[in-house]
Structure formats: C-alpha cells, structure tokens
Ligand binder design. Structure first.
Ligand code: URA
Length: 220
C-alpha cells in the first residue's frame, strides 16, 4: 500500500517519535507546493543530542540532488568556517527552515528562489520537531530567512548578528549571515565578511563550551 501524503504535519505529534522516523515521514510532506519542485525532501542531519543546531534557508541545487543539507559551495564555506571556529561539524545538527529546493529554470541552470512566508510556515512543524528531538543548547540561524522564520519578521541579522537571545523555545539563539552571502560578496569585501562569519561562529563555540550538555546541574 503506498504511504499517504502528509498535508498537515503536527510538530507535537512528531516530537514524540524518533528522529529517523520523523525524517522518513518528512519524505511524504505535501504541506506546500514545493514538494513538486524539489527532487526530494532534504531533512536535517547530525547527532541527536547535538549541542548546536544550525538552521539554513533551504537546500540548494547540490543538496536537492544529494538529499543532504549544506553539501554544495555554501556548505563547503560553512565547513571551513566551522573548523576555523573550532566546531566539529560531525557534532552539529544541520538543517534548513524549508526542506525542499525552490528554483526556477534559467537556461540549463536551476536558479534559487527565496521561499515565501507560507512555504516557511508549512515547513515549520518539521523544524520544530527537529529542535524538540535534538534539544540543542544553541540554535544558530544562517541568514535572514532562517533568523526571521525563528525570531519573527522584524529580526534584522545586520543589526543583531552574533548576539545571544533567549527565546522560550531554546536556551540560546544566535544569528549570523548565510555563507552564500559571503560567496556573493564583492571580491574586495569577501575576506572581511568571511572573518566576521568565523568570529560569530567562534562566539557560538565559546557558548557551547560554557553551556555544555554535561555541565553539572543542567536539566532538560
Ligand atoms: N543553503 C542553505 O540555506 N541550505 C543548504 O542546505 C544549502 C545552501
């Protein structure tokens, strides 16, 4: 019998399941039209119990084909910056606000399109379930789409990047720029942008050391 499509994912119900089961269910999501556009759902990956959960915008062309988040050019920059910041990507849970690639054809290329508020909201239960099941100490948003999806439309990465916030749904939230914005920066700005990105991640690394899951007295 074919598995039925999921038009209205329920974050609370999903959060009672195992992460692998939620990942499998996400493959059946039809909560917004993007499932018709992407090759597959690109769910997050990383250890359950990771201290740091990183949220990007949506899978890109490479991620859509590979079925894994941040494996293309932006992912390479992210990986290098994490190393420089002293963060092991293998210990981080990496995901996206939207789990399908939104694109439009341009010649032979698939050109990235920003997801809209409805698409972001439709995908939110999957992200909420991931955050509930991973239960990180720190949620890091990369770029405005992820930051605003989590903190509201008034949030400005330009103003508040690198700052700590303590919303009700996680212990600590930090936003920084999206690595794609560094790749798109004019050549004379790129190095400075990259250094600022690494500096933000170093702040996250330092927070991770302070609020570690094994810290005495921590309860969750
Ligand atoms: N950009 C994102 O926001 N996420 C990815 O997974 C890849 C590129």
């Amino acid at each position: 019998m074919p598995a039925s499509p999921i038009a209205a994912p329920d974050a609370a119900a999903l959060a009672k399941l195992d992460l692998d089961r939620v990942r499998a269910l996400s493959k059946r999501c039809v909560a917004c039209p993007l499932y018709q556009l992407g090759t597959q759902t690109v769910f997050g990956e990383g250890p359950r119990g990771a201290r740091i959960l990183i949220v990007g915008e949506q899978p890109g062309d490479r991620e859509d084909l590979a079925g894994r988040p941040f494996v293309g050019p932006a992912g390479r920059l992210l990986d290098e910056a994490l190393v420089e910041a002293g963060i092991d990507r293998g210990e981080v849970y990496v995901t996206n606000a939207v789990k399908h690639f939104k694109w439009k054809p341009e010649g032979k290329r698939r050109l990235h399109q920003k997801p809209n508020a409805r698409e972001i909201a439709a995908c939110r239960p999957w992200l909420d379930a991931e955050m509930a099941l991973v239960a990180p100490d720190i949620v890091v948003a990369l770029g405005a789409t992820a930051a605003q999806a989590l903190m509201g439309a008034a949030f400005r990465v330009t103003k508040d990047r690198g700052r700590q916030f303590h919303p009700p749904w996680t212990r600590t939230f930090v936003a920084t720029v999206h690595p794609s914005s560094i790749l798109r920066a004019p050549p004379d700005r790129r190095d400075a942008e990259r250094r600022a990105f690494v500096a933000d991640l170093k702040r996250v690394a330092a927070l991770g050391k302070v609020t570690g899951k094994c810290a005495p007295g921590k309860s969750r």
